[in-house]
Each structure stands twice: as structure tokens, then as C-alpha cells.
Design a protein around this ligand. Structure first.
Ligand code: ADP
Ligand code: MG
Length: 327
């Protein structure tokens, strides 16, 4: 872009809550034919709330809390075990900054479940956490985290997939120490539970996707979350299920962007997290959500100050208007 274009673009953008990092960016934005959205914190608010606490191999304690799946009241033992699972998970997660972790800790506090002490804590990025706590050894995370620890996750599969089809993010909890699930019986099998957290789609996400499609732009979702949850959210915002790339590890997000670019796409990547930073740098245009992490903002060419996905369109329109005006 010419210096004049830069100036006009910057002036326009400042009043619209869209910050461009330099004049060349306007030209790049104009050429974009594919927009890749991160899910959590970008298409959704990224503020997760604990919605479900379930025991595996026991009757279930869901939202309402006092009725089991078979219609009967939960026994005291089932209530106790559910509280034990939640308390152990919250204790283990108290050392993590992840949105899932915060939802679990807040959810425990809201339900009057005490959060204990952690002696050792290990974050396994993209998978979950391991911790040694005053409740015993605790694992919280996706299937793979537990399977790698030799735990059979099959008994939890039905519960997990039901919650995921609802668009929730479900994580497994394994607590090794003291309490046992009555059906697990054996003392070498840890108590298993499933916690679900949910997040709300941002108001303008759907209309933004529709307007991008209208413009002939390909829209893709890239997320570390599981496929079922990702597809449920994609459906809510109008992204083609074929364009959903789920269970993408943080270190692999950039590779997905690169693959699209190798196929000839001109990619705008929109994200908020530390795990999006390399992909934001790799894309022709990186766009950060204003309330996102500093690393994301530093890696991006454009920042959306109002956290509004609709401002992606505004960025496109500003670039088109600016450049055609100057020429
Ligand atoms: P996203 O790309 O959606 O921000 P992440 O890459 O951070 O997701 O995490 C991917 C998945 O790993 C999560 O959906 C969850 O299943 C699991 N996970 C990551 N961190 C945690 C944690 N602190 N507690 C439980 N599960 C976690
Ligand atoms: Mg995110």
C-alpha cells in the first residue's frame, strides 16, 4: 500500500475498533479468500461454565442435581461420590489458567464443594492436567490423557458423546485414592467421572459467517476441542462440517494454515490464544481478538478491539474501500 493508503486506512480503522499494524496489511486483507476461526474465545466468548457433573458406572447427577437418569433420587453415596470427583478435579485444576480449569474451580465453589491442596502439578498442553493432591492422584482431561495412563475410558464413552453432541466440552476425571465407584469395585481402578463445561457463541458469529459465505469466502474452524463439540458449534454458526478441523494440537495449528496456503488459499486466521500465535504469524493475515492473550495480539497484523467477529468483515470492507479510494 502507498503511505496515503496507510494513513486513510489507519484513520478509518481507529474509529471502527479495528487496528491494522501497517499499511501493507490492508492490501493483504483485501486478497483473503479463506477465513480460519479458532473456536474457543474467538467464535465463542471463551468464558466457560460448569454444566454437568457425572459419575461413570453410577447413576448420573446432572444440572438439576437431585434426580438420577433412571428417574430415582440419587443416593447419598452417589451425591458424595459426585462431590468427591468435582472436589478432586477442582483441586487439581486450581493451578491451571485454562478456561476449562477456571470453570471447574468456580463450579465447585458455586456448589459448596471444597477445593483442597496440590503438591505436584503438571500441565499437558492440549490434553489436560495431572496432579498430586490431598485427595489423591488426579487426572483431568481428554480421553487420550487417561488412556496414556492405562485407564480404560470406554465406560465413559456414552456420557462423553452425549455431552459433546450438546456442544459442550466434556473432560474425564480419574481420582486414585480412597473412594471407589461401586461398579468399578476393584481397588486398582480409579474413580471415574465426567465434567462438562459450556461456552456461549458470540452474538455476531453466525451473521459474520453468513456474510463471508455471501462474499464467496471459505470459512474454516480450527480447534483443539473434540470433533463432536466442534461440529455442534460449527452448526450453530453455519460453518460447513467438512471445514471443521478438530483436535488440533497447539503446535499443529500453524501447519493446518500452511496446508491451506499450499493449496493456494489466501488465509486470514482469527484467534485469541497462546496456542493460536504461530498460526496467526503463518497466515497471510493474522487477526487477534482484543481481549485475547498478549502473545496473540503481538503475533497478529490486525486486532479487533471490540472482540466482535463481525469486525472481521469491517476489516475486509475497510481494506477494500481504502485501497479503491486511493487508486
Ligand atoms: P482450544 O484449542 O479449544 O483452546 P486446548 O488446545 O487448550 O483447546 O485444549 C484441547 C483439549 O484438551 C480441551 O478441549 C480439553 O479436552 C483438554 N484440556 C486442555 N487443558 C485442560 C485442562 N486444564 N483441564 C482439562 N482438560 C484440558
Ligand atoms: Mg481460543
Amino acid at each position: 500500500a502507498t503511505p496515503a493508503a496507510t494513513m486513510v486506512g489507519s484513520t478509518l480503522s481507529a474509529t471502527n475498533g479495528v487496528l491494522f499494524k501497517g499499511g501493507d496489511v490492508l492490501e493483504q486483507v483485501r486478497g483473503v479468500d479463506t477465513v480460519v476461526f479458532d473456536k474457543t474465545g474467538t467464535l465463542t466468548h471463551g468464558e466457560m461454565t460448569l454444566t454437568d457433573v457425572e459419575l461413570v458406572g453410577e447413576r448420573t447427577a446432572t444440572d438439576g442435581g437431585d434426580t438420577a437418569a433412571d428417574g430415582g433420587l440419587l443416593t447419598d453415596r452417589e451425591e458424595d461420590l459426585a462431590s468427591h470427583v468435582l472436589g478432586a478435579a477442582a483441586t487439581a485444576e486450581s493451578g491451571s489458567e485454562h478456561p476449562i480449569a477456571r470453570a471447574i474451580v468456580d463450579g465447585a465453589e458455586d456448589r459448596g464443594v471444597e477445593v483442597g491442596d496440590v503438591s505436584e502439578f503438571e500441565n499437558v498442553p492440549g490434553h489436560g492436567i495431572r496432579a498430586e493432591t490431598d485427595r489423591g492422584s488426579v487426572l483431568v482431561g481428554r480421553r487420550k490423557l487417561l488412556e496414556d495412563a492405562g485407564i480404560d475410558t470406554e465406560p465413559a464413552e456414552e456420557t462423553l458423546s452425549r455431552l459433546e453432541r450438546e456442544g459442550k466440552t466434556a473432560v474425564l476425571v480419574a481420582v486414585d485414592g480412597g473412594e471407589r465407584s461401586s461398579t468399578n469395585g476393584e481397588f486398582d481402578v480409579p474413580l471415574l467421572g465426567v465434567l462438562a463445561v459450556a461456552d456461549e457463541v458470540r452474538e455476531s458469529a453466525k451473521e459474520t459467517v453468513a456474510a463471508l459465505h455471501e462474499r464467496g469466502t471459505e470459512v474454516v474452524m480450527l480447534t483443539g476441542d473434540n470433533g463432536r463439540t466442534a461440529r455442534a458449534v460449527a452448526e450453530q454458526v453455519g460453518i460447513d462440517p467438512e471445514n471443521v478441523r478438530a483436535e488440533v494440537l497447539p503446535e499443529d495449528k500453524a501447519d493446518h494454515v500452511e496446508d491451506l496456503q499450499k493449496d493456494g488459499a489466501r488465509v486470514m486466521m482469527v484467534g485469541d490464544g497462546v496456542n493460536d500465535a504461530p498460526a496467526l504469524t503463518t497466515a497471510q493475515v493474522g487477526v487477534a481478538i482484543g481481549s485475547g492473550t498478549d502473545v496473540a495480539i503481538e503475533s497478529a497484523d490486525v486486532t479487533l478491539m471490540r472482540d466482535d467477529p463481525a469486525d472481521v468483515l469491517k476489516a475486509v470492507r475497510i481494506s477494500e474501500a481504502t485501497i479503491s479510494k486511493v487508486r
